[in-house]
Design a protein. Structure first.
Length: 361
C-alpha cells in the first residue's frame, strides 16, 4: 500500500551540492556536517551519498560510533568533543578526531591513560560566544596539549562564524581578523567557513571548510533560496488529498474555528500534521503545492491533517499529490512563514513519515 506521507531524499542532489561546495572552495578539504541525523535526512544515507567528502563532522560521539558500526571508515570529527574519559578511549579505539574547546577537556586528557594519542581540533571563540577558548587562552591550551602525550601533535585550529548568513554584516570580518590574530605563528591546519562562509566569504576558507545546510539544498543566507546559489533541494515532504468538501461563506474550518470561509469554498484535507513534523504554528496562507499550483493552508494544523483552500483549483481531486516543501516549493519559504529556519523543519520530520530514496543523477 502506498504511504500517504513521504519524505523523498534525492541522493543525486546531495552529491550535486557537495560538488557546489568544492567549486566554491577550490583547493580546500571538506568536512561535511552530518549531525542531528544529517539534518533530518538520515545519517547513514547521507554519509554513503557524500563519500567523496574528505571527512564527516558530527556533534556527538554516539553519532560517530553509529557511522563506524555501519562500516564507514572516513575520518570523523566530533564537534562537541569528549565529555568524559570513557569517550576519549572510544575516540581512540575508533579513530575519531575530537574537538577540544574547554579547559576541563584538557585536564581530562592529561589524566587519562591511552594506548595512542588522539587527533584533535582546537576550537577558538572568535565571537560566537558559545564554545571555544578565548584568543587569550589559546597559547596556554596549545602549550598544555603539546606537553600531553595523549594529544597528537599539531591540532587543527578552528572557529565558527556567527553571522555569515548576513552578507552585509561586518561581524564576519571581525571574526576573521580575530581568528587570524589567534592563529598567527601557530602550526596546524585551519578551518573557519561554514555554509555561509563557503558561499559568501571566500577569505574564510583556509584549509578546511565545513558545509552544513547547503549540502541539503538550502541557502545559508537570510534571504533567497538554495536555487539562487546553485543548490538543489534534497528533501521533498509530500502527502495527498484524502477528502474535498464544500462549505458556505462564513463556515469555520478546523480547531477553534480560527479561519472562516470568505466565500462558498472548496476545502481539501491533506494527510499530514504536526504528528508528522509539519509545523503546528503554520499560519493560514502558508503555501501548499497541489497539482502544479500553490494553494493556501487554512485553519489550524492538526496532529494528522491540514486543510487547504481549493476554491481556485477546481480540477483537484481526492488522491492528488501534495508537496509541503521540496523541489516545487522551497523549504526556505515555509520556514519564513512559520518564523523558523529550514534546519528545524528538516530535523522535526517524525519517524512515521516514510522515507523514499531517489537518485536521479
Amino acid at each position: 500500500m502506498q504511504p500517504a506521507t513521504t519524505a523523498t531524499i534525492d541522493l543525486a542532489a546531495l552529491r550535486h551540492n557537495l560538488a557546489r561546495v568544492r567549486a566554491a572552495a577550490p583547493g580546500c578539504r571538506v568536512a561535511t556536517a552530518l549531525k542531528a541525523n544529517a539534518y533530518g535526512h538520515g545519517l547513514l544515507r547521507a554519509a554513503r551519498a557524500l563519500d567523496n567528502a574528505d571527512a564527516f563532522a558530527v556533534a556527538r560521539c554516539d553519532e560517530a560510533l553509529a557511522l563506524r558500526e555501519a562500516g564507514i571508515g572516513k575520518p570523523i570529527v566530533v564537534l562537541e568533543g569528549f565529555l568524559q574519559p570513557e569517550e576519549i578511549e572510544r575516540c581512540v579505539q575508533h579513530q575519531l578526531q575530537a574537538t577540544i574547546h574547554h579547559e576541563s577537556q584538557v585536564r581530562m586528557l592529561e589524566l587519562v591513560k591511552l594506548d595512542r594519542p588522539i587527533n584533535l581540533w582546537l576550537k577558538i571563540d572568535t565571537g560566537m560566544h558559545r564554545l571555544g577558548f578565548s584568543p587569550q587562552q589559546v597559547p596556554s591550551a596549545l602549550a598544555r596539549l603539546a606537553a600531553c602525550p595523549n594529544a597528537a601533535p599539531n591540532p587543527r585550529l578552528m572557529s565558527h562564524l556567527a553571522k555569515a548568513d548576513d552578507r552585509d554584516d561586518p561581524y564576519t570580518h571581525y571574526q576573521l581578523d580575530t581568528f587570524k590574530a589567534a592563529i598567527q605563528g601557530k602550526g596546524g591546519e585551519r578551518s573557519l567557513a561554514n555554509s555561509g562562509g563557503i558561499l559568501g566569504w571566500p577569505e574564510t576558507h583556509f584549509d578546511w571548510v565545513r558545509p552544513g545546510i547547503m549540502l541539503y539544498g538550502c541557502s545559508p543566507f537570510n534571504q533567497g533560496v538554495g536555487a539562487d546559489v546553485g543548490l538543489r533541494p534534497v528533501m521533498t515532504l509530500a502527502s495527498r488529498l484524502i477528502a474535498i468538501n464544500h462549505y458556505a461563506a462564513g463556515e469555520a474550518i478546523g480547531y477553534s474555528g480560527v479561519w472562516r470561509c470568505p466565500r462558498d469554498s472548496r476545502i481539501g484535507v491533506v494527510a499530514i500534521g504536526y504528528g508528522d513534523g509539519y509545523p503546528r504554528h503554520a499560519p493560514s496562507g502558508t503555501p501548499v503545492w497541489v497539482n502544479g499550483q500553490r494553494v493556501p493552508l487554512v485553519g489550524r494544523v492538526s496532529m494528522d491533517l491540514i486543510t487547504v483552500d481549493l476554491s481556485d483549483l477546481p480540477a483537484a481531486q481526492v488522491g492528488d499529490p501534495v508537496v509541503l516543501w521540496g523541489r516545487d516549493l522551497p523549504a526556505e519559504e515555509i520556514a519564513a512563514k512559520v518564523g523558523t529556519i529550514t534546519y528545524e523543519l528538516f530535523c522535526k520530520v517524525t519517524p512515521r513519515v516514510v522515507v523514499v530514496e531517489t537518485d536521479e543523477g
